[in-house]
Design a protein around this ligand. Structure first.
Ligand SMILES: Cc1cc2nc3c(=O)[nH]c(=O)nc-3n(C[C@H](O)[C@H](O)[C@H](O)COP(=O)(O)OP(=O)(O)OC[C@H]3O[C@@H](n4cnc5c(N)ncnc54)[C@H](O)[C@@H]3O)c2cc1C
Length: 499
């Protein structure tokens, strides 16, 4: 079956699938694939077409305040496949500690442990085409090079794996729309509609049920969908916008009776050139500087804090990586000469590298999305993001770098110089991961979260959310593998719901 073009649907049409999935990014596509062999009649509504078009992309524009962030229409893509059309493919499972409630980290903790996602990682790994699920077991096998020697302590050699589209000679990460289009076309119970923008969720009279969804096209089409159940899979920003903007019956928006929707936005901060790593013994192995292949995986090393160290020192997650070779200045060269002499090692062939990191932010209710007065071409209110990052977030990462420096000296393998100290310096070298998380957070208590442990919106019998907007605490690992595992778990739950 080919995909349906919503612009051809007559105005006033009422569609009645069993399940509507809103959004055709990795989450929505995963859900549709996972429900393929069930009797559930699924309608997948995707706002964009098969390719980028600027009029549709404009629907994503908004405002930003606070710490400088990426414009809201540049940090995501609104067409089939969503942000996977240009994601980096960096992948890594969240760690068990990321799910734990920690007394020293306010608002932390998931309603379940990582064990709950374990059964879904293998399939998630297949969907992102990242080869076998190896990650930290890579250290135990043959690697094309030596691990950086570190003394005992809180930092260890850990690994990312990468999504790669195996059919593509350039090994681009899997772009879900193009990659899975044929598989989706082959699913008998699935209808997939392009150019279909959901603009509102309309509540039933008892406000415990979503009665129908309004759908609009940029060509002026308007129709409705009356499903039994709904999954929002519009991405970590748009899931919240759709709930907030559906405010015709409850002024705060759907699912927002406790003022939680849109709060706790998070991304991974990526401060660059944060430290200079000197390796006394010459060039560091290639898999620290770039992706390499081993045991069927495309992988890269990171110098990560152990869970034990994070617990003891009360630290957020961070995944420092080697960025590039750098030349030391005179002071740097003198420091290397003195330190290596004191340690009694030969540093005549020392190499220096800059380090960057992907940094977890502490949950902050004021880092949030709210609606503003301006509207998009379909009449939906736009969003404003208030971005924050605390000095504590930087301090946590700095403590990890200090520990890494100590372990290098203990192993006599190298040394570290910290290159950023003030907040201004940190912010001047700041990138973001484009990993939108937290805005419909998962918590068993409706006062502290938007969805429950099954990703069902509190107080609404037929509304669920898929994607990293449900992450209540974020870890430093990239979100996509994890949100796909979570979506596969949701698919299993929905199979039970439909009996
Ligand atoms: C530049 C960049 C690099 C990245 N690199 C990495 C990386 O290396 N590793 C990693 O793990 N993650 C990375 N990410 C994040 C990753 O792309 C996302 O985690 C992932 O795409 C989220 O999937 P999703 O389906 O939840 O949302 P999205 O990918 O945002 O998909 C949402 C879909 O919903 C559609 N939609 C939106 N609103 C509506 C509506 N109202 N009606 C109908 N449809 C709608 C959109 O068109 C889109 O297709 C990166 C992201 C970007 C932008």
């Amino acid at each position: 079956m080919s995909f349906i073009d919503a612009r051809q649907v007559p105005n006033g049409t009422q569609l009645t699938p069993d399940l509507v999935v809103v959004g055709g990014g990795p989450a929505g596509i995963t859900l549709a694939l996972a429900l393929a062999h069930t009797p559930i009649k699924v309608l997948l509504l995707e706002a964009g077409g098969m390719e980028f078009d600027s009029a549709t992309q404009q629907l994503y524009a908004g405002d930003e305040t606070g710490v400088r962030y990426i414009p809201l229409d540049a940090t995501r893509l609104r067409y089939f496949g969503g942000c996977s059309n240009h994601w980096g493919g960096w992948s890594r499972p969240l760690e068990p500690i990321d799910f734990e409630q920690r007394d020293w980290l306010p608002y932390s903790g998931w309603p379940f442990s990582r064990a709950e996602l374990e059964p879904y990682f293998t399939r998630a790994q297949q969907l992102i085409e990242a080869g076998p699920f190896l990650y930290d077991t890579l250290a135990k096998g043959d690697l094309p090079g030596s691990l950086l020697p570190l003394g005992p302590g809180g930092v260890y050699n850990s690994f990312f794996q990468f999504s790669q589209w195996r059919g593509n000679a350039n090994h681009l990460p899997t772009a879900f729309g193009h990659r899975y289009a044929d598989a989706l076309k082959g699913i008998p119970n699935l209808q997939l509609m392009l150019h279909a923008n959901v603009t509102g969720l309309r509540l039933a009279h008892d406000v415990r049920w979503v009665d129908h969804l309004d759908v609009a096209t940029l060509s002026g089409g308007r129709f409705t969908v009356h499903p039994r159940h709904i999954v929002l899979a519009c991405g970590g920003i748009e899931n919240a916008r759709l709930l907030l903007a559906s405010n015709d019956v409850i002024s705060a928006g759907v699912g927002n009776q406790n003022d939680q929707v849109g709060r706790f936005f998070a991304d991974h901060a990526i401060p660059r050139n944060t430290a200079t790593l000197v390796v006394f013994g010459g060039e560091i192995a290639g898999f620290y500087k770039a992706n390499q292949d081993a045991r069927g995986a495309h992988f890269r090393a990171t110098l990560a804090p152990t869970e034990r160290f994070r617990r003891e020192q009360k630290l957020l997650g961070a995944l420092p990586t080697v960025e590039q070779r750098v030349e030391l200045d005179e002071i740097g060269r003198a420091a290397v000469a003195t330190t290596s002499a004191a340690l009694g090692v030969d540093a005549s062939n020392a190499h220096a590298y800059s380090l960057g990191t992907g940094l977890e932010l502490a949950p902050d209710p004021e880092r949030r999305l709210t609606l503003i007065d301006t509207r998009d071409a379909l009449g939906m209110p736009r969003l404003k993001l208030n971005m924050t990052i605390s000095d504590g977030d930087f301090a946590s990462y700095r403590a990890i770098l200090v520990e890494l420096g100590r372990q290098l000296l203990a192993a006599k393998s190298g040394m570290l110089r910290l290159d950023r100290s003030t907040r201004t310096e940190w912010l001047s070298a700041m990138d973001w991961g484009n990993h939108h998380m937290g805005t419909t957070r998962m918590h068993e208590d409706p006062k502290r979260g938007v969805v429950d442990a099954n990703a069902q919106v509190h107080g609404l019998a037929n509304l669920f959310v898929a994607g990293s907007s449900v992450f209540p605490t974020y870890g430093a690992s990239n979100p996509t593998l994890n949100l796909i595992a979570l979506t596969l778990r949701l698919a299993d739950h929905l199979k039970g719901v439909f009996g």
